[in-house]
Design a binder for this molecule. Structure first.
Ligand SMILES: *Cc1c(COP(=O)(O)O)cnc(C)c1O
Length: 402
């Protein structure tokens, strides 16, 4: 199909849940994607942090190919070797002890919520169920996950929402301390709020939250769906802070592009789930786990995270140069290759459009925050190319021409 036909049929047959750009992407390789009209783009969106290894990474392609010819699905009524191997790899490279596999970030969050409630009821009784989350957070789109999400725009129209959630301003330890009550069982946070505007947790804050949770007997759930698996230059973002979660949600980058999510927990917490408590038909199926095993092994290979850290440093210094040239850039922030640039004017979408015309895909949060989520395999040369396009887009925007 030609691009216009794909777009027309999307409009005819799909539910209108997405505001899509007028592009149909048909092929990807490394940090580049091609649309159906044959145009090439440098991809600084990476399928929203999913394509951490770029597009069609050879190790992931080979693993999917091999597993697809052997066993695609069999259900969790049986033992699954790739699932066991993936669980072991995650446990051996984290501070947590057991894994439950699902298919998305929202499902991982949902499992984390259920596990925290189950644990708290067993330990403290039926009145302990409340989970405190942050304003501007994002935890996914199921009913429980939008309720956990501290942004009314995701909740409006879907009431009644499940009870048992409370919100506090991010990076405000005193507000959290004041919010903890009789019914609180857990605190759930993102180390960097991705969808909420690339807001990085202060180091004192996350450490303080850990101490507070210990003092009050609360679980600390970290939603590392976006920040986990190398995105910030460490395997998990919480490693930057020197703290350990009790429960952690993962998804996005886990499968190298293939849908898979996971929730991990400490032994004692994981023990709250007993057979029959939670399940997923597709969760941890052989094909998803084979893809994820290849992806995680690649991220954990020698030198990979050092390279992410180095390229991230280069990207930040190039953006700092742009900030000197273009006063419209108010602030550049982020951790590793999860980077935001807040603009002084609501021109984010216009700048994004100008980048796209010049062959660079970026993301925009609201009207004024540009978000850059390049694949972790991006090179300094590709970063330079992206920054040059961004500079041209900003120059054109400030001159008001295309
Ligand atoms: C994307 C995201 C989710 C939801 O993931 P889905 O796979 O879309 O359900 C949850 N939490 C965070 C922090 C995310 O970035």
């Amino acid at each position: 199909m030609i691009q216009d036909e794909i777009i027309a049929q999307a409009d005819r047959y799909l539910m209108r849940t997405y505001g899509r750009f007028p592009l149909a992407l048909v092929r990807g390789e490394g940090a580049y994607v091609w649309d159906a009209a044959g145009n090439r783009y440098l991809d600084f969106v990476s399928g929203l942090a999913v394509n951490a290894l770029g597009h069609c990474h050879p190790r992931v392609v080979e693993a999917v190919h091999a597993q697809a010819g052997q066993l695609i699905h069999c259900s969790n009524l049986y033992h699954i070797e790739p699932q066991v191997r993936l669980a072991r790899l995650l446990v051996e490279n984290s501070v947590l002890d057991r894994v439950f596999f699902c298919n998305s970030g929202a499902e991982a969050v949902e499992a984390a919520i259920k596990l925290a409630r189950k644990w708290a009821k067993k330990r403290y009784g039926p009145e302990r169920y409340q989970i405190i989350t942050a304003l501007q957070s994002f935890h996914g789109r199921t009913l429980a996950a939008i309720t956990a999400t501290g942004q009314p725009k995701y909740q409006r129209g879907f009431e009644p929402l499940p009870p048992g959630f409370r919100y506090v301003p991010f990076n405000d330890l005193e507000a959290l301390r004041d919010a903890v009550g009789e019914s609180t069982c857990a605190v759930m946070l993102e180390p960097v709020q991705g969808e909420g505007g690339v807001n990085v947790a202060d180091s004192d804050y996350l450490r303080g939250v850990r101490v507070l949770c210990d003092e009050r007997g609360l679980l600390l759930i970290l939603d590392e769906v976006q920040t986990g698996l190398g995105r910030t230059g460490r395997f998990f973002a919480h490693e930057h802070y020197g703290i350990e979660p009790d429960i952690m949600a993962l998804a996005k980058a886990l499968g190298g592009g293939f849908p898979i999510g996971a929730v991990l927990a400490r032994e004692e917490v994981a023990g709250a789930f007993t057979p029959g408590d939670h399940a997923s038909t597709f969760g941890g199926n052989p094909l998803a786990c084979a893809a994820a095993l290849a992806a995680v092994q690649t991220i954990l290979a020698d030198g990979f995270l050092e390279q992410v850290h180095r390229v991230a440093g280069h990207f930040r210094s190039r953006l700092a140069e742009l900030q000197d040239r273009f006063p419209v850039i108010r602030e550049v922030r982020g951790l590793g290759l999860l980077v935001g640039a807040e603009l002084d004017a609501p021109v984010g979408k216009a700048v994004l459009e100008r980048c796209r015309e010049r062959g660079l895909l970026i993301n925009c949060i609201g009207d004024s925050i540009l978000r850059f989520i390049p694949p972790l395999i991006v090179t300094e040369t590709e970063v330079d190319a992206a920054v040059n396009i961004l500079a041209a887009a900003l120059a054109a925007e400030s001159e008001g021409k295309s």
